[in-house]
Design a binder for this molecule. Structure first.
Ligand SMILES: Nc1ccn([C@@H]2O[C@H](COP(=O)(O)OP(=O)(O)OC[C@H](O)CO)[C@@H](O)[C@H]2O)c(=O)n1
Length: 311
């Protein structure tokens, strides 16, 4: 008798940092090439591939759908265009906001466009794709100097943090900051008190219901998985909550573009995904995750590396 191949409990598609703009190719601040027009082709190939797979329960977009260099009079049209491409997937698509989304549009316009559930401009939410699983989507720009009105208490709180932690006149610059202190830059953000309490209550509820949890957020949550300058401001507070519960096995993020994988001291797997934006024409970066009883398996296409997350 041949061996029986185990079927996943469910599978879902992933892509990060599409950062589309109808502008010529360029480079990041640190000189990494960015292919703004090509990134929509990466997304289109992703959607075709996900549809051909035929058994993906949903797709999750890890944020930064449109780049901050998109001309501002095109921000709305570009965001709608990209959402339409995602909507060609034959199933639900879950979005989250990244810093580049917020460079383009204010929260009150972004959230409805991206169909992000949430009240008062908050962009964190959870859903349950099967009874035994919970997906938590964090809003890493809850406390942020971008996205809220200038006089909003969250903008004021963010500016205070940046003033205290980052002495540079350009608050996007981590120059002179050491190790994880490099995260205190304007293009990152933090999770506010109310969201921390919400996270705790969702994880408690999942734990009571014997559900496993995958936590997703645009901004990486562990210093082991990404550049120190691309971390959530209060990753430590978020991880303290996550570590209270055995139910969280995997944290997924985008933002750092180069991709990374790290298992922390509590056995939580962290994976930051390779950016679609950095794919030279003819190359791709997207994938899907098979969720099994005792492991998750990321099946990447081309520049997105395969990863097994053994529980
Ligand atoms: N050292 C730096 C890095 C960036 N900036 C400026 O900050 C803005 C956002 O940077 P950008 O690289 O476009 O942001 P991403 O979300 O794509 O990537 C985040 C991390 O860089 C990934 O590791 C932009 O205006 C940059 O010019 C800066 O001033 N100094």
């Amino acid at each position: 008798m041949g061996s029986v191949v185990k079927q996943p409990l469910f599978s879902f598609g992933v892509i990060a940092d599409v950062q589309y703009a109808d502008i010529p190719d360029g480079r990041s601040f640190l000189g990494v090439p960015r292919y703004y027009r090509n990134s929509i082709l990466v997304l289109q190939r992703a959607v075709e591939t996900w549809n051909q797979h035929g058994n993906l329960k949903f797709v999750i977009n890890m944020g930064d759908i449109v780049d901050g260099f998109c001309p501002k009079d095109q921000s709305l049209a570009a965001t709608k265009k990209l959402v339409r491409e995602f909507d060609k997937f034959n199933g639900p698509v879950y979005h989250m906001i990244g810093n580049h989304c917020l460079y383009n549009l204010p929260r009150e316009e972004l959230l409805p466009l991206l169909k992000i559930p949430g009240r008062d401009g908050n962009a964190y939410y959870d859903f349950s794709p099967t009874p035994g699983y919970r997906i938590v989507v964090l809003d890493g720009y809850d406390i942020s100097a971008v996205g809220w009105p200038q006089d909003h208490p969250k903008t004021i709180a963010a500016l205070k943090i940046l003033d205290e932690k980052n002495p540079n006149s350009d608050k996007n610059s981590p120059e002179g900051l050491e190790d994880v202190a490099r995260r205190f830059v304007k293009y990152n953000g933090g999770v506010g008190e109310e969201q921390l309490q919400w996270l705790d209550s969702v994880l408690q509820d999942a734990s009571n219901s014997n559900q496993r949890v995958i936590v997703c957020g645009h901004v990486p949550m562990s210093p082991g998985v990404a550049s120190k300058a691309a971390l959530l401001w209060n990753f430590d507070e978020v991880m303290d909550i996550i570590h209270k519960y055995d139910s969280v096995k995997v944290c997924l993020s985008g933002h750092d573009h180069k991709g990374g994988y790290f298992v922390d001291s509590h056995g939580v797997h962290h994976r930051s995904l390779e950016a679609a934006l950095e794919c030279p024409p003819g190359t791709y970066s997207f994938g899907y995750i098979d969720v099994y009883e005792n492991k998750l398996s990321l099946v990447g296409t081309d520049r997105m590396q395969n990863t097994d997350f053994e529980n």
